[in-house]
Ligand binder design. Structure first.
Ligand code: HSE
Length: 437
């Protein structure tokens, strides 16, 4: 059978990795797909041909539209990233009747509803395994492996750069900026690294996971997003003293009232497997009614781990090229006409436990005032840690762990604590999740 022809948009970290994996494993990939898969046309502005053996047999230009308009191309692989021109290119490829594989989480999270509707009209596939958690086949697991289940919640470490930074801060006491620069050098970080450290990249991925888990349209704009740039080495240390680790989690949960979609630093008990996922590695913990908890672990970023997911999508598309479009796996796991309009809960309605760090004057009665405010707000304290004042200092650091409470109640209590004369500055709040099954 004739090989499937691929048009590759982008020959950067992931594009280069995809080209190399397709070439290196060509024989095994063909045995799996039932036919060869070959890059015939690529678009890239800058690339290093030295790192891409065999690229001289491919037509390469800087014109991405020439690739999506090339009649010889069966599948367009979009690895440019960003919103535009990626959106325009993908919609053009679909309009030209081509299948699309993309690693672009920003594109799927924000324009996925439009893209999937266009693909459905044209009877083509849009595959996006590499968009979430790099090389971990979490989309396949959710869409296919867990399709018997009612999913309860998902909690994931879904940004490798952020996890790398938190791990290095904890283990080596390194500075935030220094670790981020290393992640950029290694090709883990986004083009704009604030997407990694401010949680936007994780929020893109979480929006996708929430849709796949609960059969709701993509709603990136409703994800509560908080980054890790305000986490201090002290917080990492205090969390450790209390038996927790700080991880930057994406959490989506279905309750009677609606669906939670939130990304924020989170204390989790250090005995949990997911608390021990370090460095650039990602992990996604899925709690579902029939199977219980399942944990998916692997490299969340990097050239070949991400290429592994891109090429797996290419194999999937190649296998089903001749299948009836109605009999393919739906883009968002649920049939497009069976998506639900479950409400996305505002953060004030979400219930979690909390770690609070505050700076209190070293004088009698301060602790009583703090605990009275929390008690009046119906917030129960689980642990208190008070640090001795530094030499010559009048203030002490107090750490409190609370039981679960609605965020709105905690907001009011924090405002009350911050208004006390005996409290200096603001209260640091980090949410706590026990992730028990
Ligand atoms: N910047 C992302 C990360 C790359 O660090 O996880 C993979 O999406």
């Amino acid at each position: 059978m004739k090989p499937v022809k691929v048009g590759l948009l982008g020959l950067g970290t992931v594009g280069g990795g995809t080209f190399n994996v397709l070439r290196r494993n060509a024989e095994e990939i063909a045995r799996r797909a039932g036919r060869g898969i070959e890059v015939s046309h690529a678009a890239a502005r800058d690339y290093d041909p030295g790192g891409l053996p065999g690229i001289e047999q491919v037509t390469v230009s800087d014109d991405a539209f020439a690739v999506v308009d090339d009649p010889a191309v069966d599948i367009v692989v979009e690895l440019i990233g960003g919103y535009e021109p990626a959106r325009e290119l993908v919609l053009k490829a679909i309009a030209n009747g081509k299948h699309v594989v993309t690693a672009n989480k920003a594109l799927i999270a924000t324009h996925g509803n439009e893209i999937f509707a266009a693909a459905q009209r044209q009877g083509v596939m849009v595959a996006f395994e590499a968009a979430v958690a790099g090389g971990i086949p979490i989309i396949k697991a959710l869409r296919e492996g867990l399709s018997a289940n009612r999913i309860r919640w998902i909690a994931g470490i879904i940004n490798g750069t952020g996890n790398f930074i938190l791990t290095e801060m904890r283990d080596k006491g390194r500075e935030f900026a220094d670790v981020l620069a290393e992640a950029q050098r290694l090709g883990y970080a986004e083009a704009d690294p604030t997407f990694d450290v401010e949680g936007i990249d994780a929020a893109h991925k979480l929006a996708i996971l929430g849709s796949l888990a609960f059969g709701i349209p993509l709603q990136f704009d409703k994800v509560y997003t908080e980054g890790i740039s305000h986490i201090t080495r002290e917080d990492v240390g205090y969390a450790g003293e209390l038996g927790y680790r700080i991880k930057h989690l994406g959490i989506t949960r279905r309750s009677g009232a609606g669906v939670e979609l939130r990304v924020h630093p989170t204390l989790i008990p250090q005995r949990r497997l997911i608390a021990n996922v370090d460095g650039v590695m990602n992990a996604v913990l899925v709690n579902a009614d029939a199977v219980g908890p399942t944990l998916y672990y692997g490299a969340g970023a990097g050239a070949e781990p991400t290429a592994s997911a891109v090429v797996a999508d290419l194999v999937d598309v190649a296998r089903t090229l001749t299948a009836d479009p109605e009999n393919r796996v739906p883009h968002l796991a649920f049939q497009p006409d069976a998506l639900s309009d479950l409400e996305i809960l505002p953060m004030e309605a979400v219930e979690t436990a909390y770690y609070l760090r505050l700076c209190a004057r070293d004088q009698p009665g301060v602790m009583a005032e703090i605990t009275r405010i929390l008690g009046d707000a119906g917030i129960s304290i689980e642990a208190i840690l008070q640090k001795e004042p530094q030499e010559g200092e009048q203030a002490v650091t107090v750490i409190l762990l609370t039981r679960a409470v609605r965020e709105g109640q905690m907001d009011a209590a924090i405002r009350g604590i911050e208004s006390l004369d005996s409290i200096d500055g603001t209260v640091t709040r980090i949410r706590v999740e026990h992730l028990a099954s």
